[in-house]
Ligand binder design. Structure first.
Ligand code: SF4
Length: 451
């Protein structure tokens, strides 16, 4: 059987590589990724749909050569993307050549590719492309994790992620938003925003602006959350270290821009233990903040995680944590037993807690939280809520509201489930509650603003 040909030929990239061997390797990596995606390369600037220039900024003569190449490429009227060492001096480049379409620094492969995708989109050919435009995902079709940064600049004593993954490196806001748009176009109805330290997003970029279709967007979590909220799908923010700017995110939640779900890992409540963990130690002030957040956004669901049996944790410290949880009335809680991790600073602390004591403390904490959770879920009986269906099996649909994140929180079981399917948003009435889950009956299918 003959194979139909693609409707239009793939775009051609004009690639100019200047500078040292490191810049050459960057160019090779970019060329490899572009070729794997199906782009072709232009033999001359005149044949290119987009021009990509890897620059050098070391010596004055090399900078001048790079600027001259940028000017020559721009004079052809083709969109020009500049990367490499001189790309760190975006202002200089734009002052010499304002028509440049995108500028990134060195080793910004994802940003460069996002710019090429935007300026010369490659038509998706389902017969030839091995990878769909939104990429390969292991989550169900209707929700997706959106990673906005890698690495972490904090130094919590029990954690080796900064050693393993390095300092924080945020993606540009334009590249994050472009990926989010592709996911929504592919049918995603809930975006779960993640990073090691989500609220610190953009600090390593000094919150630099990037542009998507000419629209400037600051690499700041508040601006990014607002932009994602405009896509018309659920946006859920995970792993928010308790910085002061969380207050501003809670305001966005109250406005309905993102889901009123605050995942804020607090780890402990005893100031002594928090100091040993190298975490913010004002637990009493944290209770005030929680009260204030609930005043700003009364429907707020708060999730947190805690570590018990940290070195030096006395029965008094642990009791302080239990008392704090009684006061805080968090909606969802995860609890880990402390373990030494090779390379973590906490290993060297004195006062390691015996294993059986750690386990007993975890059981006590989870028992207390189960009572809190049961009461909180019982209070939802009779309420009407909007939910997103995850799966349908054995005559029931399993769904979640804004208050439940997939995999880590409970579910809402809907019966009857006739005509319900994964990815559908609908209104339900809560009819019963257990310790972690809810039962509900369907009311009506909610209009899906993203469809
Ligand atoms: S626990 Fe989180 S915030 Fe602390 S160092 Fe590890 S990744 Fe960073």
């Amino acid at each position: 059987m003959s194979r139909p040909r693609p409707v239009s030929p793939p775009p051609r990239v004009g690639l100019i590589s200047l500078g040292c061997a490191k810049a050459l390797v960057d160019s090779e990596r970019l060329a490899t990724r572009l070729a794997a995606e199906g782009y072709r390369f232009a033999a001359s600037l005149g044949q290119a749909d987009v021009v990509l220039i890897t620059t050098c900024g070391f010596l004055d003569s090399a900078r001048e050569e790079s600027l001259a190449a940028i000017e020559e490429a721009a004079s052809t009227g083709r969109p020009v993307v500049v990367t490499g060492c001189l790309g760190s001096e975006a202002e200089l480049i734009r002052s010499r050549c304002p028509e440049v379409a995108a500028v990134t620094g060195p080793e910004a492969v994802d940003e460069v590719l996002a710019a090429v995708h935007r300026l010369a989109p490659k038509p998706h050919d389902p017969l030839l492309d091995l990878v769909p435009p939104q990429g390969l995902r292991f989550t169900p079709k209707h929700y997706a994790y959106l990673k906005i940064a890698e690495g972490c600049d904090r130094r919590c004593s029990f954690c080796i992620i900064p050693k393993l993954r390095g300092r924080q490196r945020s993606r540009s806001a334009a590249s994050v938003l472009a990926e989010a748009e592709r996911l929504v176009q592919a049918g995603v109805r809930e975006l779960l925003v993640i990073a090691q330290d989500t609220a610190a997003y953009g600090s390593d970029l000094r919150y630099a602006e990037s542009r998507l279709r000419g629209r400037p967007l600051r690499a700041h979590i508040v601006d990014l959350a607002r932009a994602l909220g405009e896509l018309g799908v659920w946006v859920r923010l995970h792993y928010l270290y308790p910085y002061p700017l969380l207050d501003r995110l809670v305001e966005l939640m109250a406005e309905g821009v993102v889901l009123p779900y605050l995942d804020v890992p607090l780890q402990h409540a005893s100031p002594r233990i928090l100091r040993a963990m190298r975490r913010p130690a004002q637990s009493a002030r944290m209770l005030d903040r929680i009260r204030r957040w609930r005043a700003i956004c009364p429907e707020l669901a708060i999730r947190s995680t805690f570590i018990v049996g940290f070195p030096g944790e006395s029965e008094e410290d642990f009791q302080l944590l239990l008392d704090w949880l009684c006061e805080a009335q968090l909606d969802r809680v995860g609890c880990f037993v402390y373990e030494d991790v090779a390379g973590a600073a906490a290993n060297r602390l004195s006062g390691h807690v015996p294993e059986e004591v750690k386990e007993e403390r975890r059981a006590r904490l989870m028992e207390l939280q189960a009572r809190i959770s049961r009461e909180k879920l019982k209070a939802r009986i009779g309420r009407e809520e909007e939910v997103l269906v995850d799966r349908v099996e054995d005559g029931a649909a399993y769904a979640r509201s804004y208050a439940e994140s997939p995999e880590i929180d409970g579910f809402i079981r809907i019966r009857p489930a006739a005509r319900l399917q994964p990815g559908l948003r609908l209104r339900v009435r809560i009819t019963a509650a257990t310790t972690h889950d809810l039962d509900a009956e369907p009311l009506s299918a909610a209009p899906d603003p993203a469809s």
